[in-house]
Design a protein around this ligand. Structure first.
Ligand SMILES: Cc1cc2nc3c(=O)[nH]c(=O)nc-3n(C[C@H](O)[C@H](O)[C@H](O)COP(=O)(O)OP(=O)(O)OC[C@H]3O[C@@H](n4cnc5c(N)ncnc54)[C@H](O)[C@@H]3O)c2cc1C
Length: 412
């Protein structure tokens, strides 16, 4: 919980371009709900959903993607609201995950959208409200799991793995000069998953891409504390002043910030209804880089993401050039396969397993990842999506061809 997991935005969703990923996160969310119910919601699971906003008047492409992502039952899970006085849409007034509807609501009338999302750009023509989505405390989830492990007799050894010998069993050598013998080994080393695999003589098809987030107190009260996690789906050119644009365009390192950028900027209230903070993110970096302990945080990221996020919530312009001093700016590496599916399951080395490449969804996918790995190790029955999410999928040329041809890999 101190490396990538500490940098998580702690959001979850069952919205994906492919039904296998929808099934994976649905499974994980179900397990999180069980933990929330058993622990008096110690993990602060909320469910106000994800609101995906676009200025595109014709939502057909988006609807087709939704139907595909939700699989065979897709159409039945999607409700359309195309009138200003539509009373069938239930706004996310409560954060309680037990009260939220399932499925997806599509708001297709500008007046209806303004009524329920008054801070949004009035040009927004369609809002897709994914209902099985929200946020949670990843730290509490991690602590809860650790306590369960200890209660069941597990022990935690904090040390660095530097070598692995495979004889009858695994002999795991650590920097602290210990040797741990094991029948099974689960490689869950986050951004170092490929390094650990190399100790077994295996290479993994993963890359690490640095991503950042920022959070600050919304002192001007721009964002409604009940606003769902909101995403501007549309690409944009950032609205720099002429002076700023000229300066940025002059420098080859910053020129791309003056050119058209991809969408998917997100913003959400952080810290509940009585809190004041908001969190912003934009995964515009697509360049893989080597993992370094000294994180390559870009000091201009908060201002860049603020500009981007102001297209959907124009009230945020109040912070241009004067972001609050109490600002937090952090980051970590998305460890990803090209298709953005995880690697959960057996490695080529018998007895070794992978629980990695969890990209930007490892907090929401943690419970399912643990449950799948446990089932693989114990040779228990597995759900249908387990094999496609394991390294075995690379033998399925047809599936890989389709995945690599996908326009949308669900990166947020
Ligand atoms: C900016 C950002 C925002 C994100 N937002 C979200 C979000 O909103 N929702 C979501 O679901 N996910 C999100 N994610 C993704 C999520 O944080 C990751 O997928 C998840 O944390 C990965 O967990 P992990 O356990 O695989 O890796 P890590 O948390 O990195 O854990 C790896 C562990 O392995 C240990 N390790 C590595 N090498 C060794 C070694 N040689 N010996 C011993 N131990 C070793 C490390 O010390 C560490 O404890 C985000 C990620 C980032 C970077």
């Amino acid at each position: 919980m101190s490396l990538t997991s500490a940098a998580s935005g702690e959001n979850y969703r069952n919205w994906w371009p492919h039904p296998e990923m929808t099934a994976f996160t649905d499974y994980s969310i179900g397990l999180m709900e069980e933990i929330a119910a058993a622990s008096g919601n110690r993990i602060h699971l909320t469910r106000r959903g994800y609101a995906l906003a676009t200025r595109q008047a014709d939502p057909d492409g988006l609807l087709r993607q939704l139907q595909h992502g939700y699989g065979a039952e897709g159409a039945a899970r999607i409700r359309l609201h195309d009138r200003a006085d539509s009373a069938s849409y239930r706004p996310a007034l409560s954060a309680d995950w037990r009260e939220a509807p399932d499925g997806v609501d599509v708001l297709q009338d500008r007046n209806l959208i303004q009524r329920h999302f008054p801070s949004f750009d009035p040009e927004i023509a369609n809002v897709v409200h994914i209902r099985r989505a929200g946020d949670l405390s990843g730290q509490q989830l991690g602590s809860f799991m650790l306590e369960q492990i200890r209660t069941l007799g597990g022990t935690l050894i904090q040390d660095k793995v530097i070598g692995i010998e495979r004889s009858r069993r695994f002999e795991i050598e650590t920097a602290g000069n210990a040797t741990i013998s094991a029948d099974a080994l689960v490689n869950a080393a986050g951004p170092y998953v490929a390094q650990i695999a190399s100790l077994l003589g295996e290479s993994l098809p993963v890359e690490t891409v640095f991503q950042q987030k920022t959070a600050f107190p919304d002192t001007e009260g721009v964002i409604d504390r009940r606003m769902p996690f909101s995403i501007d789906l549309d690409g944009q050119t950032i609205d720099w002043t002429q002076e700023e644009r000229a300066l940025l365009a002059d420098d080859p390192a910053t020129r791309r910030l003056t050119e058209p950028m991809q969408g998917a900027i997100h913003c959400r209230p952080d810290g509940g209804e009585r809190g004041t903070w908001i969190k912003l993110g934009w995964a515009y970096n697509t360049q893989p880089s080597a993992v370094t302990a000294d994180l390559p945080l870009d000091p201009s990221f908060p201002e860049i993401v603020l500009r981007g996020a102001s297209q959907l919530n124009p009230g945020l312009r109040a912070y241009y050039g004067r972001l609050p001093a109490r600002l937090s700016h952090y980051g970590g590496y998305y460890t990803m396969t090209r298709e953005n599916w995880p690697l959960i399951g057996p490695m080529r080395t018998p007895g070794a397993y992978l629980a990695g490449a969890l990209s930007g969804y490892g907090t929401m996918g943690a419970c399912a990842t643990g449950a799948l790995i446990a089932a693989w190790v114990a040779s228990e029955p597995l759900p249908a999506f387990a094999k496609p999410l394991s390294p075995a999928r690379y033998a399925n040329k047809d599936l890989m061809g389709r995945l690599l041809a996908s326009e949308n890999t669900g990166v947020l």
